[in-house]
Design a protein around this ligand. Structure first.
Ligand code: GDP
Ligand code: MG
Length: 370
């Protein structure tokens, strides 16, 4: 917490500065009201008052920052929906994502299509849809556990010859927890043993009642393999997106989520970011928790170099100083100094939290860390 003065800290704690000064004196630290104290010292003061406020404050600050994008409703524009495909193993998630990708490819390209990043955007009826392509549950769970709701709509794939399975139920629960609407894709209807009605029957047990059965869950019969029903599924996605009324700010500094990140021997840190609102520019200073960096290069889902990325766009970027965590939120700092300052502060907080977790630590230990 570089630069927090005794006075500021007192205000944050809702205490008189003299009370804070008294606590500091108790630890042999002499500080005046307008004097700065470092993070560890400040956190000790907080603890004395029974407050572990740092982390909350930071999260709050991040939420506030994200909120600023949506404050002036008249400035907002429609943004494409972001979709996650979920379902039991072997029910056809990958096949569906492939089928969708191919509906959007000019025939000549079809053979040579390569997936560059863990998300892609397609155009259908002049509208865009972005699909997150990271392998199923783990990614989704990781993102959820970090509190980021990345997806707008979940497409639940259920094989018509297999029915509802454990991971189907898991997926339903994840989507429900996240408050994300579910569209059911009953897959493999080309198979001889396919029984879509049985799937619909089983889904009712989990609160998903198909529209043709008087419920409000959209179910589409598809064959990912034969590429049947794909257009209809995409239209249903657009329909649900319309109802969800998804908006973003068209010009502010970008905010969003890290989808995946890794260390590449040649390129350094490679991260796939999903812009939720605003615009990311080449050269921006991106900050993601305790990691930051200047965007050195930006690549879209087709491997093309781009200079800007707008709402609901996934891009791969180079430039983070370390590997950020999947599901972590990112924002764009005013300048490199601010970005570094924020990341370093986060690092200190995380270090302190890790110390706390690893058992009792003496004050001397804490002060020796500085
Ligand atoms: P995932 O584990 O959910 O990603 O499932 P995959 O997409 O890898 O599919 C598992 C298997 O089911 C593969 O052998 C696919 O070829 C097959 N499959 C997927 N969709 C269909 C379909 O619509 N019809 C048929 N007959 N097979 C399919
Ligand atoms: Mg798969």
């Amino acid at each position: 917490m570089e630069g927090v003065t005794v006075g500021e800290l007192a205000a944050k704690l809702n205490k008189a500065p003299t009370e804070v000064i008294k606590v500091l004196m108790g630890y042999g630290v002499m500080a005046a009201v307008n004097q700065s104290i470092d993070f560890d010292t400040a956190s000790i003061v907080c603890e004395e008052f029974g407050v572990t406020c740092e982390l909350e404050d930071e999260n709050q600050a991040m939420d506030d920052l994200f909120d600023t994008h949506y404050q002036n409703e008249d400035e907002l524009v429609k943004r494409p929906p972001i979709i996650t495909v979920m379902g039991h193993v072997d029910h056809g998630k990958t096949s569906l994502l492939d089928a969708i990708r191919h509906t959007n490819v000019i025939s000549g390209e079809a053979g040579g299509i390569t997936q560059h990043i863990g998300a892609y955007t397609i155009m259908i009826k002049d509208e865009k849809i972005t699909f997150i392509d990271t392998p199923g549950h783990e990614a989704f769970t990781a993102m959820r556990s970090r509190g980021a709701s990345v997806t707008d709509i979940a497409v639940l794939v259920v094989a018509a010859d297999d029915g509802v399975m454990p991971q189907t139920v898991e997926a339903i629960n994840h989507a429900k927890d996240a408050g994300v609407p579910i569209i059911v894709a009953v897959n493999k209807i080309d198979k001889p043993g396919a029984n879509p009605d049985k799937v619909k029957q089983e889904l009712t047990e989990y609160g998903l009642v198909s529209e043709d059965w008087g419920g409000d869950t959209i179910c589409v019969n598809i064959s990912a393999k034969k590429r049947e029903g794909i257009e209809e599924l995409l239209e249903m996605i657009l329909l649900v997106a319309e109802v969800e009324d998804l908006k973003a700010h068209p010009t502010k500094k970008a905010i969003g989520t890290v989808i995946e990140a890794r260390l590449d021997k040649q390129k350094g840190t490679v991260a796939t970011l999903l812009v939720k609102s605003g615009v990311l520019h080449d050269g921006d200073i991106v900050v993601c928790n305790d990691v930051f960096g200047k965007v050195r290069a930006m690549m879209d889902d087709k491997g093309n170099k781009v200079k800007v990325a707008g709402p609901s766009t996934a891009i791969e970027i180079l430039g983070f100083n370390e590997v950020p965590g999947a599901g972590e939120k990112f924002f764009v700092a005013e300048n490199e100094r601010d970005g570094r300052k924020y990341a370093e502060r986060r690092k200190a907080i995380m270090k302190e939290n890790a110390l706390k977790k690893s058992g009792p630590v003496s004050l001397d230990d804490l002060f020796n860390q500085i």
